[in-house]
Design a protein around this ligand. Structure first.
Ligand code: AHR
Length: 503
């Protein structure tokens, strides 16, 4: 068994945790909407066709905000198609995913669903084929009380009260060559600036997110952020980051270390934001919106076949990654990374929520179940509240592929307003448990309420409809508390949540 040590102190505060870092994403893509959240005729469907069993799983996950309706989808989307009488809504070709969008579920339906799922909508506007005019109109439709063309249209369509959507994305991945009507950094920066300006003229209370690079691997990464921010810094509130990882070469230690790269990514984008702010002598500090993050690679090859065989069909089963145990560990470490950067990352969306690279899976006409990655998100969202604390950790390390000195023990800690402390940790060691000693003397008397462990002997183990609890949290070593020091054992390859309360 290896050993590690840690000091936690309320004075090691990183920042307040914005609950929105536990957000998620639903795109009109694959079976996320049709066959995911919406399946009229399913035994669990409510009067509007929304599956109650899926809503219950989303509520249990405790997701504060859901990004919608895309994604790549949004860059060809006409929001007007998604409102008004359902029978009159057009069927459109979705060029992003080579499917047909029926618009059966639109803005009103999604807002209703979000209310039931106890979450807020983060709405993306189309800055691909469209621009500032369509964007300001949808803000007027959604948020203006009444007495104008678009707000009255909303009322006429059945929603007397405004939707009050507070968070808006200015397009999606606009640097990507795959994006419908992608832009150069300058073109996008100008467009984002003018669009943000007119949207905020309609409703000054909204916040807007500008598109950063589609990933840290884009050739224009860095220059894109700098140039587009130079154009829109004053009118935007957040910059987006997107990142997906895969274990294509079956190298688990290297895969589990990907969150180290995620941390670099966050720091680099924050630095570029600050560089632009400094150049402008601006007192304003931009926040970061990590609004697409996850593991994504299992379904890549299969998706090409599906599209080849069934182009332009509706609700194709695309991006249906089946997540295994090691994916849950990396998702856990990515959550730890978000928590350790709580001073800058104010919004984050696990991409996505149902069926499409998702923690929740459904079968058409059948059941709903939690994938392995459901558990770390659920536990972080439920217990990672209040202030993020920097754990001062001594841990053995390892080297892999492109990284040196990767800590075997990856950790984050939170101090809730009621004085309770939660420690989250991943043991990245393939073979050995870690005996961790945590110095908690700064908090007075604390007791362990729960040590929850996610572990499976097989890194490739998955959850299925028939065996949904194959990978699920279980009780771990309660540890020994002595003179304010807790010693606890964390199994090899495990996600751990240790909840400590006063008294
Ligand atoms: O989440 C799936 C896709 O990944 C999104 O549509 C796009 O923004 C990203 O490339």
């Amino acid at each position: 068994m290896k050993t590690a040590s840690m000091i936690l102190d309320r004075d090691f505060a990183i920042g307040r945790i914005d609950r929105r870092i536990y957000g998620s994403f639903i795109e009109h893509l694959g079976r996320a909407v049709y066959g995911g959240i919406y399946e009229p005729g399913h035994p669990a469907a409510d009067g509007n066709g929304f599956r109650r069993d899926v809503i219950a799983m989303v509520r249990r996950l405790s997701v504060p905000v859901v990004r919608y309706p895309g994604g790549n989808f949004v860059s060809g989307f006409h929001w007007e198609d998604s409102v008004g009488p359902r029978a009159e809504r057009p069927r459109r070709l979705d060029l992003a995913w080579a499917t047909t969008e029926t618009n059966e579920v639109g803005l009103h339906e999604f807002v209703d669903w979000a209310r039931q799922a106890d979450t807020d909508v983060m709405y993306a506007v189309n800055l691909g084929t469209r621009g500032a005019d369509a964007a300001r109109n949808v803000v007027e439709y959604a948020n203006h009380p009444s007495g104008s063309f678009f707000s009255d249209l909303r009322v006429q369509n059945g929603a007397k009260e405004p939707f009050n959507i507070k968070l808006w994305c200015l397009g999606n991945e606009m640097d990507g060559p795959w994006q419908i009507c992608g832009k150069t950094a300058f073109e996008y920066g100008r467009l984002a600036n003018e669009t943000a300006k007119v949207m905020k003229l309609v409703d000054p209370s909204i916040e807007v997110v500008a598109c950063g690079s589609s990933s840290r691997e884009m050739p224009g990464y860095g220059a894109w952020e700098y140039q587009m921010l130079d154009e829109c810094y004053d009118n935007i509130d957040y910059v987006s980051l997107h990142r997906y990882y895969g274990n294509r070469d079956h190298n688990t230690p290297a895969f589990l270390a990907r969150s180290v790269e995620m941390e670099l990514f966050i720091r680099e984008v924050a630095s570029i934001c600050d560089a632009v702010g400094a150049k402008k002598r601006s007192p304003k500090k931009l926040g970061l919106s990590f609004d697409e993050w996850n593991v994504w690679y299992h379904s890549n090859a299969q998706d090409q076949e599906i599209v080849k065989a069934d182009k332009w069909n509706r609700a194709l089963p695309l991006l249906e990654d089946i997540y295994n145990f090691e994916d849950a560990l990396l998702v856990g470490s990515m959550l730890l990374t978000l928590l350790r950067n709580a001073d800058r990352v104010k919004i984050a969306c696990l991409a996505q929520l149902v069926n499409v690279i998702a923690p929740i899976m459904t079968r058409n006409g059948g059941g709903v179940w939690a994938q392995t990655i459901y558990w770390p998100l659920m536990q972080a969202s439920r217990y990672g509240r209040g202030t993020s604390l920097r754990p001062v950790t001594q841990s053995p390390t390892y080297d892999c592929a492109d990284l040196e000195g990767v800590p075997l023990l990856d950790a984050a800690a939170t101090l809730d307003d009621d004085g309770s402390v939660t420690l989250f940790a991943v043991n990245r060691d393939l073979a050995e448990d870690i005996a961790l000693t945590v110095d908690l003397r700064a908090f007075g008397t604390l007791r362990v309420v729960e040590h929850s462990v996610l572990h499976h002997d097989d890194v490739k183990a998955v959850n299925t409809e028939a065996a949904p609890d194959t990978v699920a949290p279980a009780a771990g070593d309660p540890g020994v508390m002595e003179n304010g020091r807790l010693t606890v054992r964390m199994p090899s390859l495990s996600w751990n949540v240790i909840r400590l309360a006063k008294g």
